[in-house]
Design a binder for this molecule. Structure first.
Ligand code: NAP
Length: 269
């Protein structure tokens, strides 16, 4: 049993800085993943960005470099298990280590439950859930050897609130919820924390069709106590908390970042 520590150690303030740490972020080329990547870079981490689109990756890398950090871009499809299993080795070969994994890549298919096909299931679950599962596995192996690690999975408001026509997305994101909790207890002994960040309504490319319709925009705003959509920078605080020493005793947790949506009992759905 660990003995009580000396008082000066108990009150030593942990750092939010990420200097000399390396992060791997899927979906880091735009939207919320890019916002999280920039939060890590501004706190001192070097960043490996993964997505399919080369042009967006290059632009995202410039932003990381403008924050004073090194960037590695990896063009890969996280729906393909062979490409997934290649990611951690590429990052450790380039930077020599891996301290932080962020699983942010994701897609949505909005349609009635009745119309989903097995092909839709395979595609969406591969990109949103299977990729996170096997990247966590590969990252945990590298982090275990280093004696510490931080994993952040991007969940969704669908952990709690379900909207029509997103049955498959809801399944994929609730897999992330279970994965985060399971790994939190399995990896605690390795000093690896596993948490999730669940965004509410953010006007990114994924949500463009929904927000571009003025009637739907008004309906969404009526549900949000803060009265505005989220922006990628709104994820920065929780990202840095979960990635840094300041979050060393936080694991298996989820933070909704939703402008108050998930606690708004008076919302008009
Ligand atoms: N926007 C919201 O309101 C909202 C709410 C809750 C949760 N989320 C979650 O937040 C995360 C980011 O979403 P976002 O809103 O930022 O969407 P986004 O702007 O569409 O960004 C999605 C990112 O994932 C990448 N990606 C998609 N499919 C991929 C694949 N097969 N292989 C590799 N990369 C892939 C995209 O790059 P490429 O397309 O170039 O590959 C892009 O970098 C997702 O997990 C999403 O479910 C978003």
């Amino acid at each position: 049993m660990e003995r009580r520590r000396p008082l000066d150690e108990e009150f030593q303030m942990p750092s939010f800085r990420l200097d000399n740490r390396v992060a791997l972020i899927t979906g880091g080329s735009r939207g919320l993943g890019l916002g999280m990547a920039l939060a890590l870079a501004h706190s001192g981490a070097d960043v490996a960005l993964v997505s399919r689109g080369a042009e967006e990756l290059a632009k995202a890398a410039e932003l990381i470099q403008a924050a004073g950090q090194r960037a590695l871009t990896i063009q890969a499809d996280v729906g393909d298990i062979a490409q997934i299993q290649n990611l951690v080795p590429q990052v450790t070969a380039h930077f020599g280590r891996l301290d932080i994994l962020v699983n942010a890549a994701g897609i949505n298919i909005r349609q009635p439950f009745d119309t989903f096909t097995p092909e839709d299931w395979d595609k969406l679950i591969s990109i949103n859930s299977k990729s996170a599962f096997f990247l966590c596995q590969a990252a945990a192996r590298a982090m275990r050897e280093q004696g510490k690690g931080k994993i952040i999975n991007v969940g969704s408001i669908a952990f709690d609130l379900i909207l029509p026509n997103i049955a498959l997305y809801a399944v994929s994101k609730n897999a992330i919820r279970g994965l985060t909790k399971s790994l939190a207890i399995e990896l605690a002994k390795d000093n690896i924390t596993v948490n999730s960040i669940s965004p509410g309504r953010f006007w990114t490319q994924m949500a463009d069709a929904v927000f571009s319709d003025p009637a739907r925009y008004e309906s969404i705003m009526s549900m949000l106590p803060m009265g505005r959509p989220g922006i990628p920078a709104d994820l920065a605080g929780a990202t840095v908390l979960f990635a840094s020493d300041a979050g060393d005793y936080i694991t298996g947790q989820n933070i909704f970042i939703d402008g108050g949506w998930s606690v708004n009992a008076g919302m008009k759905a």
